[in-house]
Design a protein around this ligand. Structure first.
Ligand SMILES: C/C(=C\CNc1ncnc2c1ncn2[C@@H]1O[C@H](COP(=O)(O)O)[C@@H](O)[C@H]1O)CO
Length: 248
């Protein structure tokens, strides 16, 4: 740089001068660093988690509601089947699944999100990571889980559900079971998807099959276990073929 383009201070000076402006804290390049650190923290905390399932559900479910008991049963059944349980770490259905997992002696993960009305991680989380950005947090729900179980929920739950279906439908993730628990709650949505969306051709019948519906928490876990077994068998077969040099 020359003439007026030459900065009046050096980078080192600006770094070391504590009286300098802090405006840069609110710039996009700095946000990129924060976003990067969320991925680094998330990957670091979860890399050795082992097999896990993400459970979604309403933040508003009350502890006395039947859906809360359902969440607890799902959390417990997942641990008994050998999975860690990942939730959004909040209240309601998330808390229920964390509670069930913790009481069953399993790993109970909460991926918290900074919200204006933040309540902090629920007390049943024993491995917690906090995020500012939904998209970084969502990556963790998918990357470290081998399936999703979806309890009754509102917009947040619907967002997570449809992101999961989109990722499977577009083959960004493969062999990823998505189980909706609560036929009374989810049945209407599936009817609409079949009767309106599929009928209009905006979703395919094949993609509707990506969603399984049950009332039974043990059945929900069984579906995830079966899917995991199928993946393991396919992997073993592929390794065998590679070792013997037979591609078919
Ligand atoms: C509404 C209240 C607190 C919200 N706190 C949340 N903490 C963590 N994760 C959340 C929270 N709210 C939504 N989520 C995510 O979306 C799903 C639930 O959303 P829904 O609209 O309630 O269905 C959930 O799976 C989270 O990942 C104070 O009560």
């Amino acid at each position: 740089m020359r003439r007026s383009k030459v900065p009046r201070s050096t980078t080192d000076q600006r770094l070391l001068d504590s009286r300098g402006s802090a405006d840069w804290l609110h710039t996009d390049p700095w946000r990129v660093m924060r976003i990067q650190s969320e991925f680094v923290n998330g990957f670091g905390a979860l890399a050795e988690l082992g097999p896990a399932v993400s459970v979604f559900g309403s933040a508003r479910t009350r502890p006395e509601a039947p859906e809360y008991a359902l969440g607890e049963q799902v959390g417990r059944a997942l641990v008994e089947a050998g999975f860690a349980v990942i939730t959004g770490g909040g209240p309601g259905g998330m808390e229920a699944a964390n509670k069930g997992a913790l009481e069953a002696g399993g790993t109970s993960v909460g991926l918290g999100i900074e919200l204006p009305f933040e309540a902090g991680l629920n007390e049943h989380v024993d491995l917690g990571v906090n995020f500012r950005y939904f998209f970084a947090r969502k990556t963790m729900f998918v990357k470290y889980a081998c399936g999703f179980i979806v309890l009754p929920g509102g917009f947040g739950t619907l967002d997570e559900l449809f992101e999961a279906v989109t990722l499977v439908q577009t083959q960004k993730v493969t062999s990823f079971p998505i189980v909706l628990v609560g036929t009374g709650y989810w049945g209407g949505l599936l009817d609409w998807l079949r009767g309106t969306a599929a009928a209009a051709g905006t979703v395919s019948e094949k993609d509707l099959a990506l969603l399984t519906l049950t009332d039974d928490p043990h059945e929900a876990v069984r579906i995830v276990v079966e899917a995991e077994r199928a993946v393991a068998e396919q992997q073993a077969l592929a390794e065998q073929r590679a070792a013997t040099g037979h591609p078919e």
